[in-house]
Design a protein. Structure first.
Length: 620
């Protein structure tokens, strides 16, 4: 795809948890499954200062859900909204300011917390506290619009009907939110920028690591489309796939709109009648219809001009029918549309009768919903609403990531009515002295650190990059300073050997403490460097063993040159015929046999040298 020609524009919102206690109390920012009690709330939207109600909050509240909150040792009365917030966590603010400086952003003079209305139950208060701390940053030509500090939401545990269960252990963990300008030019560019922001965040050593500690939201549009916000992107590698799919979806919706505009006008979709068509299906063979009849009724609506469009035009996987289905699902029901018939056991005869009753012409489609009358009615009204949006084009909205990097509708795009001032948290002045203190302690940026490590420790750029991006650089440097000449061995242990042992299911956290002992033993010539992997595997099973015992039990005592030569001579003698046949080419297969016997008991270079000499002697 030519993304420039398509008018592709994208921006990122990165949300990263900070490694400190909660933002408005001193509770630890730790997740747990040990709950001590629970309470419940129902939430409703309130008016903004201008007397407006946010559309996204209003739609969420119409779902009439009841929210249950599970309490643990990682929460207190602040999270339960039974006590006012304490003073904002100064350490969290300093971390966020440091990140803002690394992104070359302009720091605000005074931090003012605001309340952002959220009525999906993830905040017990019905709002999220957030504050702007910097703006107008830059990263490799991509603008950083805003940098905010805010509190993380509760953690969803499960849903049961209209009941939603949350744990408030995550509620209040400090988050930094970094929002870029829509300067991103392609899906791969989006991944690159997200990765670079992640590296800068991790360079501070003051952000949390692991699943769920960082989340990316994507804002994307194309020419003729609309800005869509995509929530819940967890993996960097998913970003290009998600954006490519969204571009295809918007292209499909633009095609839908163009085709519909040739057939109908907005007035044609107003005041559409929804019919009870249960009688048509009294003797149906369709399981879907039968199940619906048991629960209530079969309702149907004609969609003028939609025939052949709902099932997909250009990208079938992003067809309008899927959008209709999601809207119905959100109302608690399901739908069938005429573009997918005959199917689901619905006969040609039933389709004909239905078209007659609904007065469908050749270009008209219809949608059926089966179940309780109230739910089926809501489903079809939601479909009509989505149909009207499809006529206009791509709607601005918030979508969530689902399976296979596709997205589905989540809620309308929130507006300015969502925010109002926080009255319980006083403003925080940012003075020059504080900024100067933070600047003195700023970490080395990843790119600079990689170049320095290559220069100082004579390791490859690839090794330095991996060490920095996996967060193992500090451990590496602490060892490399004390063991000059062993830098490549240390890098190999950290980047290759220990991760390989971890893949096999071993607990590896304590192995990092053994590296110092192993490198010291290698320096003292207690074993060959080829023995390192075997020793670490031994320690993985025997964490309390000392090095002397490990060497003895693994039979890795270093051999002197005489003993080494005797063993190699014996192997060469046994393979006399192979050497006669292959001459010097026998070195490679014999090296494998020799290393099987001697790995870890002598230096590999010395083994190779002696083997070569003995083969030469045998040839002569």
């Amino acid at each position: 795809m030519d993304y420039e020609k398509l008018g592709f524009r994208a921006g990122l919102e990165i949300h990263q948890q900070l490694e400190t206690h909660k933002l408005f109390c001193f509770c630890p920012s730790e997740l747990t499954e040990r709950f001590t009690s629970k309470f419940y709330r129902t939430l409703r939207p309130t008016q903004s200062e201008m007397g407006e109600i946010d559309e996204a909050a209003l739609e969420e509240s119409r779902r009439r859900k009841k929210f249950f909150y599970l309490v643990s040792a990682s929460s207190c009365l602040v999270e339960a909204d039974e006590e006012p917030p304490h003073s904002a966590n100064e350490e969290a603010i300093r971390i966020a300011l440091g990140i803002a400086l690394l992104l070359k952003a302009d720091i605000v003079d005074e931090i003012h917390f605001m309340r952002k209305i959220v009525v999906d139950g993830s905040n017990t208060t019905g709002f999220q506290r957030t504050a702007l701390i910097a703006l107008n940053g830059n990263l490799d030509g991509v603008g950083i619009d805003t940098i905010c500090i805010e509190e993380d939401a509760s953690r969803k545990i499960k849903e049961e009907g209209n009941k939603v269960f949350y744990s408030i252990d995550r509620l209040g963990i400090p988050l930094i939110e970094i929002a870029t300008s829509p300067d991103i030019k392609s899906p791969s560019h989006a991944r690159e920028i997200a990765e670079k922001i992640g590296f800068i965040l991790r360079a501070t050593k003051k952000v949390k690591r692991g699943i769920g500690t960082i989340r990316q939201d994507l804002n994307v549009s194309i020419k003729g489309g609309a800005r869509v916000e995509i929530k819940g992107v967890q993996e960097l590698n998913d970003i290009p796939k998600i954006l490519k799919n969204e571009v295809k979806r918007q292209i499909e919706m633009i095609e839908v709109s163009k085709k519909l505009r040739k057939r109908i006008r907005t007035e044609d979709l107003k005041n559409l009648n929804i019919f009870d068509v249960s009688k048509i299906f009294e003797r149906t063979e369709s399981k879907f219809i039968k199940e619906g009849m048991k629960k209530g009724v079969i309702l149907a609506v004609k969609l003028p001009g939609f025939a052949g469009i709902i099932g997909g035009i250009r990208y079938k996987e992003h067809r309008l029918g899927k959008e209709f289905s999601v809207m119905a699902k959100m109302e608690g029901g399901g739908i069938i549309h005429s573009d997918e018939l005959p199917n689901y056991g619905i006969s040609i005869k039933e389709i004909k009768k239905l078209k007659e009753l609904l007065s469908c012409k050749e270009e008209d489609a219809f949608v059926i919903s089966a179940g309780k009358r109230k739910i089926a009615m809501k489903c079809l009204k939601a479909v009509i609403k989505r149909g009207m949006q499809a006529l206009k084009g791509v709607p601005e909205e918030v979508r969530k990531v689902v399976q296979d990097s596709f997205t589905e509708y989540m809620r309308p795009m929130p507006g300015k009515a969502r925010m109002y001032p926080e009255t319980d948290v006083p403003p925080i002045k940012i003075d020059k002295k504080m900024i100067e203190e933070i600047e003195k302690n700023l970490p080395e940026l990843p790119d600079k650190k990689i170049l320095r490590m290559c220069r100082e420790y004579k390791i490859s750029r690839e090794e330095a990059t991996q060490l920095v991006y996996t967060g193992k650089d500090e451990h590496f440097e602490s060892l490399a300073v004390n063991y000059k000449g062993f830098e490549k061995v240390i890098a190999r242990i950290l980047l290759n050997i220990i991760p390989e042992i971890e893949k096999e299911g071993y607990e590896i956290s304590f192995l990092y403490k053994k590296i110092d002992i192993i490198i010291d033993g290698l320096r003292k010539n207690l074993f060959a460097k080829e023995a390192i992997e075997k020793l670490l595997r031994y320690f993985a099973v025997n964490p309390d063993a000392n090095l002397k015992k490990a060497i003895k039990e693994c039979k890795l005592e270093i051999l002197n040159e005489k003993d080494l030569r005797d063993i190699i001579k014996k192997i060469v003698s046994e393979k006399r015929e192979l050497i006669k046949e292959k001459k010097k080419r026998a070195l490679a297969p014999l090296m494998g046999l020799v290393m099987k016997e001697l790995r870890g008991k002598a230096d590999g270079f010395l083994i190779s040298k002696i083997l070569e000499e003995e083969i030469e002697r045998m040839i002569k």
